[in-house]
Design a binder for this molecule. Structure first.
Ligand SMILES: [Ca+2]
Ligand SMILES: [Ca+2]
Ligand SMILES: [Ca+2]
Length: 181
């Protein structure tokens, strides 16, 4: 069973994906996300990185639809989303792959200076693209960056995502990684 705290965080994650603010996830949310992300980087439609990004997002949508759309109506409701995550979080073999894919996507798009790390400004851009105010970046980033070197590495990010998804501790810093929830 997901706890209330986990449900609040997963509702937050759902809202990050709901690009068109309809309260359900559909293919168009991923298409809009693709547009926002490729615009952020100024990647032309035919550039290899753009093609890779579109392919990754479409595969994410297809994977989500195949597993989460249990009512087969081409959309994912919040309750389907909860059920999907309940399965993922219960299956130790499923979550590393999902979290690994998300991290690759974050670094592909938001590591804009391409130093292999995410800094506070890059995190602010992620928040802005995913429907959250970048004003939260200076509030949350220093807490997320636990070794305080000014950057999140892939390893640090992995730990944060895992705690965001799994932790039932209200004091866990990763709870706030995407802003208020
Ligand atoms: Ca939507
Ligand atoms: Ca960087
Ligand atoms: Ca760090």
């Amino acid at each position: 069973m997901l706890s209330d705290l986990q449900k609040r965080k997963l509702t937050k994650l759902f809202s990050l994906y709901d690009s068109d603010y309809t309260g359900v996830l559909v293919k168009q949310d991923f298409e809009l996300m693709f547009k926002k992300l490729s615009n952020l980087r100024g990647w032309s439609k035919r550039s290899p990185r753009c093609i890779v990004l579109e392919d990754k997002l479409m595969r994410q949508w297809q994977g989500l639809e195949a597993k989460a759309d249990t009512h087969h109506n081409d959309e994912i409701s919040l309750s389907e989303w909860f059920a999907y995550y309940e399965d993922i979080l219960a299956d130790a073999s499923a979550s590393p792959e999902m979290i690994g894919d998300l991290i690759e996507l974050v670094f592909d798009v938001f590591d804009q200076d391409e130093d292999g790390r995410i800094n506070q400004a890059e995190w602010g851009q992620l928040l802005a693209v995913f429907n959250e105010s970048p004003v939260y970046a200076p509030l949350v980033f220093p807490q997320l960056d636990q070794d305080q070197d000014g950057f999140l590495t892939k390893n640090e990010m992995r730990g944060l995502f895992i705690n965001f998804c799994y932790s039932d501790d209200p004091d866990e810093v990763a709870n706030h990684m995407f802003g208020p929830y």
